[in-house]
Design a protein around this ligand. Structure first.
Ligand code: G4P
Length: 528
């Protein structure tokens, strides 16, 4: 019974946004409500400062912070909330995509003035593909921004969502007066002489309350009435099942910095957001309440201390309980492993725990056993699905700059790739190694880490590749397929799992190749 209650208590989610929309600020305010931290400013911003692309110290500092903020857990109203950190910087987008495989729902933060931005579009697309339940939080209402209805339109059109507001702003920016909470049916008034500082809340039960009139004036009440009529006329009624199915997305308005609308968001979130969900494997669907433990690695973090090469593998528990000092089955290695110091995460600290439940994340010390996507079970031969690699955007040859250190270099490259820092390809023709990354910044990170953690000097050499496509065909004996392998020999490589990859050097050549070889499918992710 306790086991089932523990599962029902958990809410594991991620906050996603374009950098600067207010993800860190919102996270911090949520932690304040959970009593997990005592004051604002305790969660360091985990974004890489603009323009600091060559600042290695900054990269290292960020890595340190991102371990500390990888999972932030706290208890709120008897619910165990696990927030999984998702890097906002676009060069680390792939990290975020992988983290999304471990969340049961997400909150998307949008800046009221900037509206839907590029990074948000990409991340939400991934959530939509996976039917992850989404709540939208429109932030910075204390600033001048876009009209609320225009924003809702933008969210629908650009993000392809079907929205329904569960709160609605009264005014905006200088005229921001408060929030009408459609979920709890009350109004909160924003009272502040300095808009950027503190907000006081006054609750009203109805629009006819004379005190409300005194607080915001008849004009605002009339405008609000009009807006609410529109909301009722245009948007679907909130339906929890539709939200859980990824078919309907509730929207909240507020200001994270001023702590306005945040508690409303959290209170609604714990009522509607899903507890840990079932997850597919290559064999069957695994339910969280199954007795046997199973989970998967969605993130690996190298330690900050270059003298100790141990790493922390982050495991999302899908079913059963994970117990300390218990042998579990590493499916890829076909061997049992025991963990004497599994870490659980609370706000900013981590501590050793004896037992963890579905929805929880445990951090396991690893000396090189784990790769992203690995499955750990009580003994069953299953593999969790859904940690694909996407085509990198940047490609460079990696060369060894110190022939005496070839071993160190190979080991370093191997381990960094296991961590998911970048993807490694080996050219079919000459066996040269090519590193593919999502952002140019990663090349610097790789070179720096190879040198400082493995003592290996490397250099990069440009390679003109537009996209890497994973190749499949129904019939490998087909003459046309064989022709493709021969003609395109120079552009073929293997990824780390030995899957065949085609390097297209331009969008045009990719199109031509696709046309010429219709029996071949060109995939843009490694999982198909
Ligand atoms: P991110 O994690 O999504 O990148 O965003 P972050 O929370 O760091 O917020 C980005 C900037 O927006 C910060 O200002 C933050 O204070 C501000 N901000 C967040 N929420 C609100 C809000 O509700 N209203 C207003 N007006 N601003 C908000 P900064 O100047 O870049 O950083 P800082 O010096 O304040 O830390």
């Amino acid at each position: 019974m306790v086991f089932l209650e523990e599962i029902q208590k958990r809410r594991t989610f991620g906050i996603i946004s374009h950098p600067d929309a207010g993800k860190t600020t919102l996270t911090e305010k949520l932690l304040l409500y959970g009593g997990a931290i005592q004051e604002a400013g305790a969660v360091k911003s985990n974004k890489i400062k603009k323009g600091a692309t060559s600042d290695f110290m900054e990269i290292e500092r960020q890595r340190g912070i991102s371990v500390a903020t990888s999972v932030l857990a706290f208890i709120y109203k008897n619910k165990k909330i696990n927030i999984l950190d998702t890097p906002g910087h676009k060069d680390f987008a792939e990290d975020t995509f992988r983290t999304l495989t471990a969340v049961d729902s997400v909150i998307v933060v949008i800046d009221v003035a900037k509206g839907v931005e590029e990074q948000t579009e990409k991340l939400v697309e991934v959530c939509r593909m996976r039917k992850i339940p989404i709540i939208v939080f429109i932030n910075k209402l204390d600033r001048e921004g876009k009209d609320a209805f225009d924003l809702l339109d933008e969210v629908e059109n650009k993000l392809g969502l079907r929205v329904t507001p569960l709160s609605f702003p009264i005014g905006m920016g200088y005229d921001f007066k408060g929030i009408y909470n459609l979920w709890e049916k009350n109004i909160q008034i924003f009272e502040s002489d300095q808009k950027q500082k503190i907000a006081k809340k006054i609750e009203y039960r109805s629009l006819n309350d004379p005190d409300l009139n005194a607080a915001i004036g008849q004009k605002s009440i009339d405008e609000l009435n009009e807006s609410l009529e529109l909301v009722e006329g245009i948007y679907p009624k909130f339906d929890q099942q539709e939200y859980l199915d990824g078919e309907l997305q509730p929207v909240f308005f507020g200001s994270a910095l001023n702590n306005f609308g945040v508690q409303e968001l959290l209170d609604c979130f714990i009522q509607i957001a899903p507890p840990p969900l079932a997850k597919s494997t290559d064999k069957r669907l695994i339910q969280p309440d199954e007795e046997d433990f199973s989970g998967f690695v969605f993130k690996i973090h190298a330690n900050m201390d270059p003298n100790h090469r141990d790493r922390l593998a982050f495991i999302k528990i899908v079913s059963g309980t994970f117990k300390r000092n218990t042998p579990y089955y590493h499916v890829r290695h076909k061997k049992r492993l025991k963990f004497s110091t599994p870490n659980a995460f609370f706000a900013e600290k981590k501590e050793i725990v004896d037992i963890s439940f579905p929805g929880d994340i445990v951090g396991l010390h690893d000396t090189g056993n784990f790769k992203i996507g690995d499955t750990l079970t009580a003994g069953e031969e299953i593999n969790y699905k859904g940690i694909p690699s996407f085509s990198p955007e940047h490609f460079r040859y990696i060369n060894n700059a110190d022939p005496l250190k070839a071993k160190q270099l190979n080991k370093g490259i191997d381990q960094l790739m296991d961590e998911g820092v970048a993807q490694l390809f080996t050219l079919n023709l000459n066996g040269r190694k090519v590193v593919g990354t999502v952002g140019a910044l990663q090349f610097e990170v790789i070179q720096y880490r190879l040198l400082h953690e493995y003592g290996a000097k490397s250099s990069f050499e440009n390679l003109n590749v537009f996209k890497a496509c994973w190749i499949s065909t129904a019939d490998e004996k087909n003459a046309n397929y064989k022709d493709f392998l021969r003609v395109k020999q120079k552009f073929l490589a293997k990824d780390k799992r030995n899957q065949l990859v085609f390097f297209a050097d331009s969008s045009f050549s990719l199109q031509m190749t696709q046309q010429k070889y219709p029996e071949i499918t060109f995939h843009f992710t490694s999982e198909f």
